[in-house]
Each structure stands twice: as C-alpha cells, then as structure tokens.
Design a protein around this ligand. Structure first.
Ligand SMILES: *[C@@H]1O[C@H](CO)[C@@H](O)[C@H](O)[C@H]1NC(C)=O
Ligand SMILES: *[C@@H]1O[C@H](CO)[C@@H](O)[C@H](O)[C@H]1NC(C)=O
Ligand SMILES: *[C@@H]1O[C@H](CO)[C@@H](O)[C@H](O)[C@H]1NC(C)=O
Length: 427
C-alpha cells in the first residue's frame, strides 16, 4: 500500500514535472517570442515593406537596422558639429511667434541666385517672426558669406555631412574603384551598380536626392530647434524669388486648409506648373503638390517617412519626380495641395543644378530678374471667403513612370535608407 502509494505519488510527481516542464516551455517560448517582438519593434524601422515594386523600382530588402553611415572624414565630422551650433541673431529675435511657420531654404552652389533669393526674403512681411534654416549641400565659402550676412530673422545653418561634395576620395564621393560611365561590373572589375539605362553612378547627380532626404529627416526628426515643431514647415530653394506677401498668404492657406480642403496634404506658394503665375481667379486652387514653395506638417512628414523604401529605391535621381511617381501615389488617394490664385514665389534663372557644381565654375547667369511686382503682390491677397477650385486632371509625372535613372547604385539606396533611420525609428 505504502509502496503503491509511493509509486502512484511518484507517477503523479512525474506527471506534474512533465506538466511543469511543458508549461515552463510554453511560457518561456511565449516570453522569448514577445521579447523578440519588442526588440524587433524597437530596432526595426517603421518603413512599410508591403509595397509592390513598379518599373524602375528595386525590390531587394535590406536589414535596415544594420546599415551604417559611411566613414566620415575630418570635414564631415566638423560640419556635423557645426550643425549643432545655435541659430544666429538670437539677440535680435529672442522670441519666435507662437504660430510661426519654419522656413527651410536648401541650397547647393549658386551664390548669385542665393543673393536674389535672400534679398527677396528680406522683404517678406513676417519673416522676422520665424526661424530660417539654410541647408547646404557641400561647403562653399561664397554661399556661407551670404547666409552669414542675414540680419532680418533668426537663421540656422546646416550642412549635409554625407554630401558627395564633401568626400574627395571615398563614397559618397568618387572612390578610386568606382565603375565609370557604362562600365559593366560583370565584365570590368569595379564597384557600383548601373541604373536601368546602364549608366553608373555620378556622385554629383546623386547628391541632389540625398540632400533632400537628409534635410527632411534632419529638420523633422534631428534638429533640436525643430523636432518638436508642431506646425508647418515651408521649403524653398536658392533659385526661388519669394514675394513680400508669401509668409502671410501661407499663414492664411494653412489656416484655411483643414476646413476648405480636407483632401489637401500641403500648401504651396506657387502653381505646380512652374511657368504659371496663377489663374488670377477669385478662388483658391487645389492641385497636385508642386516643387516651388511647398509647406506641410508633421503628420504628412510621418506619412512620407513611412515610404522611405519608395523614395530610396526608385531609379530616378530627382527628389520631386520620385515623390510624384512613387511616394504620393502610395498614399492610396489623390494628394492635393492648396494654393492662392496668384503666385507668391517664382522659380527663376537658367543655370540648372548640374552647372555651377564647383566653386570656380559657378554658373555665370547673374540671376538678374525682370520681375515687375504689382501692388496686389506686395500685400496679403488670400481671401477666406473664397471657394476652392479643384484641378481634377493632374498633369505631369505619375505612378507608373519608370524614372530617369541616375539612381541605380545599391550604395546610394543603402545610404538613403540609413538617413531615414538616422534619428531612431520614429513614431
Ligand atoms: C523583384 O523581385 C523578383 C523576384 O524576387 C525578380 O524576379 C524581379 O526581377 C525583381 N525586380 C526588380 C526590378 O528588381
Ligand atoms: C518685424 O518687422 C515688423 C515690420 O518691420 C515690425 O513692426 C516688428 O516689430 C518686427 N518684429 C520683430 C519680432 O522683430
Ligand atoms: C496636418 O495636415 C494634414 C493634412 O492637411 C491634416 O490632415 C492633419 O490633421 C494635420 N495635422 C495636425 C497635427 O495639424
């Protein structure tokens, strides 16, 4: 009896042990899995991966969390430090207006153009209420001098520390083993991947799309001056002439946007057709987002950031065409911007970004501008009683466009995705 009792107790104990082991196993497995999931969610980026690749769209997957920024040289390290310097003119403008719209001016190396753009900004009503950020692609003394001379508002200068223009002997600049022109890396021993047209990487050309993406990520998620900014940010370039009424008009547009145009993601200073100065109607206009003077808020930035793969893996070196052909279409509904019927900014000048790449051969068009501003363009001219006319037929690049190329090198794709992850997987 005692023996059988012991025996059955022994059996019981064995069963209990087995159950315990099983339960323990299951619990630890669940724990392990959830820890894994937590780690995954902490370290993995928030990019979407379910995108269907289109034409000209590379579809490999990278382990984004293991991508590393290129090794920096001295200049790059120094510029990165400089980016942390406080804005200039804090003494002149100790307080920004409560509802200010930050202005980001992104530039390369066309000092004569920049002069015109900056002079136009100096006459913008309300500019002294806000922060102007100048984002430089490359380090050029003449460009610096102009920015350093600005006294009409608070100014912060930033320099893309991984700009190809900063690296003389290594990626993202030209490195000695790079494939050139139409080299086929299958036949010639060289580094690089040609684009869809068989052309190898040109660092100067790739710099444009890198700069835009680095700047966006840095302004929204990196800089302590702006990463908490809850309103809109306006983006302009060195070859844009900004009208005196631009800032006040933009304030009206962003204020009217939620009510007048819920389908609008952005507000624009200029028509999407860069040659147009507007229709002159008594109505606001909703159309596709143009590349001259566009402003949007953090909600929209988060949407764009989630499409990092669409941006970084599309074989076109133009940031704007990339946005039109892949990023905006991936939002799943037509993407509109709200603008006034008269423009508040114009794109000027004939020198493209590919001219004037080097300091000594800066493009010589002097940017002289025959712009006759009418009186109505000097004062705020957006009326809150206006209705919105929606341009249903959106001209231009759209989903399905296969891209102009110039963006085929895997190293560029990786660098671009790394920029998106640079400030931590963002919420
Ligand atoms: C995408 O992936 C598929 C299969 O994984 C491959 O056959 C195709 O060529 C890839 N497309 C591009 C553009 O790389
Ligand atoms: C900004 O400029 C306007 C007009 O020149 C002036 O009235 C206003 O006091 C200035 N504000 C600041 C903060 O400097
Ligand atoms: C930002 O803009 C979008 C598009 O206009 C809008 O839907 C959203 O509510 C805005 N977000 C905030 C925080 O105002």
């Amino acid at each position: 009896m005692a023996a059988s009792y012991r025996k059955s107790r022994g059996k019981d104990a064995a069963l209990r042990r087995l159950i315990l082991i099983v339960v323990f196993g299951v619990v630890s497995l669940v724990l392990l899995l959830s820890i894994n999931a937590i780690i995954e969610s902490l370290t993995s980026s928030s990019f979407e991966t379910d995108e269907r690749p289109g034409v000209g769209h590379y579809n490999y997957t990278f382990d984004v969390k293991n991508l590393k920024l290129p090794k920096q040289n001295e200049l790059s390290i120094w510029l990165e430090k400089r980016n942390r310097m406080s804005p200039r003119n804090l003494n002149l403008y100790p307080k920004l207006a409560e509802d200010h719209i930050v202005i980001v001016l992104y530039v390369h190396n066309r000092p004569r153009y920049l002069r015109v753009a900056v002079d136009s900004l100096s006459l913008v009503a309300g500019i002294n209420e806000t922060l102007l950020i100048v984002s430089h692609d490359g380090y050029f003394e003449r460009m610096n001098k102009i920015v350093e001379s600005i006294k009409f508002c608070r100014v912060k200068q930033i320099f893309a520390p991984y700009s190809p223009h900063i690296f003389r002997k290594s990626f993202p600049g030209i490195s000695p083993f790079d494939c050139k022109d139409k080299d086929d890396p299958g036949k010639v021993k060289c580094e690089g991947t040609p684009d869809q047209y068989g052309n190898n990487r040109s660092p100067k050309i790739a710099s444009l799309k890198h700069h835009w993406w680095w700047m966006m990520n840095t302004v929204w998620d990196g800089l302590k001056e702006t990463r908490q900014h809850s309103g809109h940010i306006l983006f302009i370039e060195e070859d844009h002439f900004i009208y005196p009424n631009a800032y006040r008009n933009l304030q009206s547009l962003t204020e009217l946007k939620p009510e007048k145009c819920p389908q609008c993601y952005a507000a624009n200073l200029a028509p999407s057709d860069v040659k147009s100065r507007g229709e002159g109607w008594q109505a606001l206009v909703a159309e596709r987002i143009g590349n001259v003077g566009y402003a949007f808020n953090r909600t929209v930035w988060r949407m764009i950031h989630r499409k990092a793969r669409q941006y970084c893996l599309f074989d076109d070196y133009n940031w704007d065409i990339t946005m039109w052909a892949t990023v905006y279409p991936s939002f799943g509904e037509p993407v509109y911007t709200l603008r006034a019927p008269r423009t508040s900014a114009v794109h000027f000048g004939k020198c493209g970004l590919h001219q004037g790449q080097d300091e000594d051969e800066a493009c010589i068009d002097d940017g002289a501008l025959n712009l006759e501003l009418e009186d109505i363009d000097r004062v705020p001219n957006v009326k809150s009683v206006w209705n919105v006319y929606q341009h249903k037929r959106q001209e231009g690049y759209r989903a399905g466009f296969k891209g102009w190329g110039g963006w085929g090198d895997i190293r560029d794709h990786k660098l671009c995705l790394t920029f998106a992850n640079m400030y931590g997987a963002s919420k």
